[in-house]
Design a protein around this ligand. Structure first.
Ligand code: ADP
Ligand code: MG
Length: 772
């Protein structure tokens, strides 16, 4: 009954998993839960849904009429896999569909539905029994994303409920099946977890068909991995036999920069120019060294976060790596000259394809297209290509060894995206990409010593390294009341759980246990409140959701949205210390530096003046307002010392939050208008109250007041160097020099949104509580 294009027929037969169709289907039909482990590229994602489809799953009127649901941690994968499977089965995109947060092709006759894991989690909140599905495939379970972990926990219960209903013969109820798929054999957290699955599910291992990959470490580890990657690709291209090159980098900006430079050096145009011996090859692109190295925060992760239940990451500068940094003395220009020489050696050109989540999907599909004749495929990717997408024809892997990861600062409760070393397991996966079609080579842009001593064995499950307030709130909104008893594949830290519940009670999202007692009701507290239910609509940190939900007085909402978006994306200002290096370095005469510093301080003073320098948040609100009035753009950002990318993200997030509000309970005049008139004093006052109640547990008190226990305290004229004390932090803390409060007389009480630890513990994102 299934029609496949002939080229698909052929390539399918080469996939190891196709040989296992029968045992896989038998296991699925005989067991409620089955685990499938198979090397990346073995065919799990594209074939297992087809096995199910051919066995009648997702067909109305059959034994298993409900849809085949497949979850993916990433949007790209959900979209591209849906279209691939539709193609393989010669079916339409309404029959084999995808659904991501704001987009999808699902229709009433959808049989196979690919979706992000966040989408399925949200469906559970409205249809806990998942009645529309007959089987759920949780893909990429080895990644241990928080959403995947929670889904597996919730589904273990849904399976039981569906089975009971079916056994009781409840109106047409059918059982639900669960298939967990992993690219690694490390599945004991699922398979041997008795709380999760009392009967251990069968594990099917798909034989690997992997060719040997030779690993080459760098002698030393350079912090300038971007240029190292370019150099390596150049050498491979000109000196080594044909075969695609896959480069792992950390983010969109980096990837685009590298693609432009490679194109300029080794692209088709560069080759024909060189052959014509006409134009002098110009030093390609002018992406500065600095811009490439800066770990700007990525809109792509923000998007990802917005799809799921995770909070929106806060922007951060990211880490700098200076381990063994001995090789990075070449600047971009020296590299260009070197590449120019290398490029002269070759007669073929490179066909370059970038790959990251925010790339439009038609561009993403380019990785699967056959490269033009006389060219070598070069894919420059984030860790998307590590296990989610298998690119054909790759023979060389260049691995920078890093990835952008969500990091959580436990003391501040804030999170950020930082470039960190990947795990040994990830590095092995990356290397494996070179051995799909034949033997291959992996070039690691770091030393073997670094790998041995600084790389973790495995990536920690996300639930252990992210704040869980948001997820706890989501779970409560699914009526999972005793979160501590939830069958997590890996349980979060008990203290973190307790802390999360405490915060949610403080924010009014959960009822406090005593309230029930007072009312004479049951002693079981901690249930979600009406306020909490509204808060759960936002995939933001609950502190921010709380501000949005109660931010309606005095026409404040548009300002609250702007403030929340800015806080979630992060402080967009370039700080004083970044001034000297952050710009077109040529202009370094002391005259120019002085002028620039002067302009900087003037601009900072202008934005700080909103609300009379009582809050860093107002300073950001001021620049967000000015940015929208100016119509955005590079020039505005340069003149106002803010990062364009972050300003763009704030803009986008404002519109997304407004959409959620518009589409939900609040439904008021939240309609997104980017330009905001300056807030009134009354509005500023409300904003400050909202900030205070959202961060009331993050108060710092001037130390002299704590020590002397008096009201007046000492008189200071500058906050610089004045110690404060903050709850839960056992050392003196200081106002960060970039704060608008740091250069005035030190306030008695402040709330802070972040603690950053360098030589001292610095408080950031400050708001004065009692301006005297
Ligand atoms: P797994 O999930 O086990 O990693 P997949 O099912 O994703 O494996 O991939 C199986 C094969 O299908 C791979 O060889 C991959 O290159 C190929 N493939 C996947 N998507 C496409 C596509 N859009 N076009 C061409 N080939 C594809
Ligand atoms: Mg897959």
């Amino acid at each position: 009954t299934v029609q496949r294009p002939s080229e698909v027929q052929e390539s399918r037969l080469l996939l190891p998993i196709v040989a296992e169709e029968q045992p896989i289907m038998e296991a699925i039909l005989l067991n409620p839960v089955v685990i499938i482990c198979g090397e990346t590229g073995s065919g799990k994602t594209t074939q297992v849904p087809q096995f199910l489809y051919e066995a009648g799953f997702g067909m109305p009127g059959s034994d298993n009429p409900g849809m085949i649901g497949v979850t993916q941690p990433r949007r790209v994968a959900a979209m591209s896999m849906a279209s691939r499977v539709a193609h393989e089965l010669s079916l339409t995109s309404s029959k084999v569909s995808y659904q991501i947060r704001y987009d999808g092709t699902v229709s009433p006759d959808t049989s196979i539905k690919f979706m992000t894991d966040g989408v399925l989690l949200r469906e559970l909140a409205t249809d806990f029994l998942l009645t529309k599905y007959s089987v759920i495939i949780i893909d990429e379970a080895h990644e241990r994303s928080i959403n995947t972990d929670i889904l597996i926990g919730v589904l273990s219960r849904v399976l039981k409920l569906r089975e009971d209903m079916w056994k009781d013969g409840k109106d047409g109820a059918k059982p639900l099946r669960l298939v967990i798929m992993s690219a690694t054999l490390r599945v004991s957290d699922f398979a041997e977890n008795k709380a999760l699955f009392p009967l251990p599910p069968p594990i099917i291992n798909v034989a690997a068909r992997q060719h040997p990959v030779t690993i080459h470490f760098s002698r030393r580890t350079s912090s300038d991995y971007v240029n190292e990657a370019i150099r390596k690709v150049g050498k491979i291209h000109t000196r080594l036999p044909p075969g695609g090159i896959l480069v792992f980098l950390t983010g969109q900006n980096e990837i685009n920069g590298v693609c432009r430079r490679l194109e300029g050096m080794f692209g088709k145009k560069a080759l024909s120019n060189r052959n014509l011996k006409t134009a002098v090859i110009s030093p390609t692109d002018t992406i500065s060294h600095v811009a490439l190295n800066q770990a700007d925060i990525e809109a792509e992760e923000m998007e990802l976060g917005f799809d799921g239940l995770e909070e929106i990451p806060s922007g951060d500068e990211g880490d700098e790596f200076d381990v063994d940094d001995l090789e990075s003395d070449d600047d971009g220009r020296a590299l260009d000259e070197e590449l120019d020489l290398i490029a002269a050696e070759t007669e073929s050109f490179v066909h370059i394809v970038p790959l990251y989540s925010l790339l439009p999907s038609d561009k993403q599909m380019k990785v699967f297209a056959t490269p033009p004749p006389n060219s070598r495929l070069v894919v420059v990717s984030t860790n998307i290509a590590e296990t989610s997408l298998t690119i054909p024809g790759i023979r060389y892997v260049v691995d920078c060894g890093r990835a952008k990861e969500r990091c959580y600062d436990i003391s501040s409760g804030m999170q950020s995206f930082q470039v960190t070393w990947v795990s040994k397991a990830s590095a092995a996966q990356r290397a494996g990409r070179a051995g799909r079609t034949g033997s291959g080579h992996c070039y690691r842009l770091y030393s073997s010593a670094l790998f041995e001593h600084h790389f973790d064995k495995f990536t920690q499950p996300e639930i252990l390294r992210t704040p869980i307030e948001g997820i706890v709130l989501q779970m409560k909104s699914m009526h999972i009341d005793v979160v501590a008893n939830f069958p997590f594949p890996t349980s979060p830290d008990r203290n973190m759980l307790r802390k999360a519940e405490k915060l949610l009670i403080m924010l009014g999202a959960l009822g406090s246990p005593t309230a029930g007692l007072v009312a004479g009701a049951s002693a079981v507290g901690g249930g979600i409140t009406a306020l909490g239910k509204s808060m759960a609509l936002f995939p933001l940190h609950p502190r921010f959701s709380r501000m949005l939900v109660s931010g309606q007085q005095h026409g404040c909402l548009p300002y609250v949205i702007a403030v929340v978006a800015a806080l979630a994306v992060g402080d967009p200002f370039i700080h004083e210390e970044g001034l000297a290096t952050d710009d077109d370095g040529d202009d370094s005469s002391s005259e120019a530096v002085r002028a620039r510093r002067k302009a900087y301080f003037q601009t900072m003073a202008t934005h700080s003046s909103l609300g009379n320098s009582i809050s860093d948040v107002f300073k950001i609100l001021s620049v967000v307002g000015a940015y929208e009035y100016a119509g955005g753009g590079h020039k505005f950002c340069a003149d106002h010392f803010v990062r364009l990318k972050m300003m763009e993200e704030i803009h986008k997030l404002r519109s997304q939050i407004s959409n959620i509000i518009e589409a939900s309970f609040l439904g008021t005049s939240a309609m997104f208008t980017p330009q905001l008139p300056p807030p009134s004093d009354l509005q500023l006052k409300s904003l400050r109250q909202l900030m205070t109640s959202a961060f009331i547990d993050q108060v710092a008190i001037r130390k002299d007041l704590v020590d002397q226990n008096t009201e007046s305290g000492t008189q200071y004229s500058m906050a610089k160097g004045i110690p404060y004390r903050a709850m839960g932090i056992d050392e003196d803390v200081f106002l960060h020099p970039s704060s608008v409060l740091a250069s005035a007389s030190p306030p008695q009480y402040i709330i802070y949104t972040e603690v950053v630890r360098t030589s001292r513990a610095w408080l950031k994102g400050l708001t004065m509580i009692n301006p005297s």
